[in-house]
Design a protein around this ligand. Sequence first.
Ligand code: GLC
Length: 648
Amino acid sequence: MTPPRDDAVTSRALDRLGALEGAAFLARLDLVQGDLVEALTAVYADRVDVSSFAADLVGDALDAAVARPLPLRVLDRRREVDPAWFLRQDMVGYVCYADRFAGDLQGVAKRVDYLGELGVGYLHLMPLLRPREGENDGGYAVQDYDAVDPRLGTMTDLEQLTGLLHDRDIALCVDLVLNHTAREHEWARKAAAGDPAYRDFYWFFRDRTEPDAYERTLPEVFPDMAPGSFTYLPPGEADPGDEWVWTTFHEFQWDLNWTNPRVFRSMLGVLLTLANHGVDIVRLDAAPFLWKRLGTDCQNQPEAHRILQALRALVRLAMPGVALKAEAIVGPDQLVPYLGAHERFRPECDLAYDNQLMVMLWSAVASRDVRLSAHALARRPRPPAQATWVTYIRNHDDIGWAVADEDAWAVGLDPFRHRQFLASYFSGRHPGSFAEGADFQANPATGDARTSGSAASLLGLEDALERGDAGAASVALTRLETLYAVAYSFGGIPLVYMGDEVAMRSDPDWAAVPSHADDNRWLHRPAMDWAAADRRADPSTTEGRVFSALQRLAAARASTEALRSDGTTTVLHPRSPHVLAYVRTHPRAAPVLGLACFSDTEALVEHEVLEQAGIHTPVLLHSTTGRLDLRDGMLWLPPWGFAWVTTP
Ligand code: GLC
């Protein structure tokens, strides 16, 4: 039921936005008000009077709507007409650090044509707000949310860039770090100085009693480089008496206290302001960590979801064209709720990382066996129709081997040993492995290790080139193309991670920058090799081969309505343990069967699989070989190859 709207809001909205936009604002308010109040009640009822808090927040949303520049309102209008704008099949994403890609924001503007060549409609620039000096976790320790990192440019540069991108129909995604600020942030400085209005912005403790109690169930995010979840404050660092502060990640990243309604309101302000600079998609960093509860791992708590739902409602109200993306790298069962799938649907984020698909693809690569992947991907709940994944094979982070125990047991694998096998395989330790990666945050206490390394290096290109084995190098590129073929067709917005389009290998000099030396994720965060990228038009080169492969994937995807992100994905189970098979359907389109071979030898797919996919007269949409290879009704896939098959 929609709570009654208060008359003051009605007249203020009409006054300040005019009759037309005011009416639209009020219509949206009617839509979101129930969700907003419900979410705020669940989180803040014991700290504030929810109706007056909600009224304040609606006022903030109205201020932001009034301040919103005209071109962005035009975009909002278009996206209200087509709320599925980010679900289109021609949407392809690209992810990069502005400095590593092109020096700074003005440099990025000069590379927009390059993105156009890849068919990019979504650009994610890694953290670009002003971080603390020195070590800053790749920009995830923000000192000032209102300023761009001066090394990258200014807010004016950002606005100019968003304008240029919008002219080309490219949406910009930018990170918002919600869980913590740098300890140098103004809020943290005031809190440390004992300012009563800010003390409650963070989690301070007088001694180890509470930290010890929490740590009994808290996993460590960076056990090696930043052990523990609390940081000791030496005398003089904070208000006398405070000895410890909550720091889930690094000691310089202080966790915000989201039980404080003022934290919610302040961060809402940051979010609305950022979006009013032209950001279309806000990546909510480390979303699962927002709520702490004793006796738990302090991730995915119901209140964290409620906070996201309240933010969602207010963003929709102020700026309906802006989408939210959850960065929730959590177990498969905890993932879908970030897209709003709870016991009943509650609008939450529009996008979330399909971490599970990514892990399952790498698992299939190492084991040449898709049974675990097919089982795990088949059993998970579908995302709600109006939300979707971003699909990817690599990003700036390590790969954590998030294989659910029950999925492993279900296909006869010991989960712990399989996770260890994956880490060992991709570090290159496993006998016969072609991968050249590195362990990240190996934890001797638990036996866990994660993996760093670029896609090309993990897929064998580096090893093949070192050995001068051209045949093996070519196979490594086939693997890379096939993993991307899955990312482009499995359902969701595919993201190209900078450098993969020209098969860039891991950066051998990653540790040369002193503030990076402790963190081998910089292995796969190299500076763009433009000399290599300049060879992209020459098909005889590695770069030409991979770049054109991604262009063809984008073109085939763009022409195929079944690959819209609001279509459905159903995993099939062919007889071959080496073939991942899934069918994409959409009410407006013919089905598309996606097939990917995880084997050093060819694989055959029986005719029944085509039938299960609803494909009676197979027509090739796209494949590794450019041919549809049918032999006696069986479909032939080359080693590590893929095929997309449809029907008239
Ligand atoms: C996210 C980022 C990661 C960062 C962490 C802390 O997981 O992707 O790079 O270290 O948040 O902000």
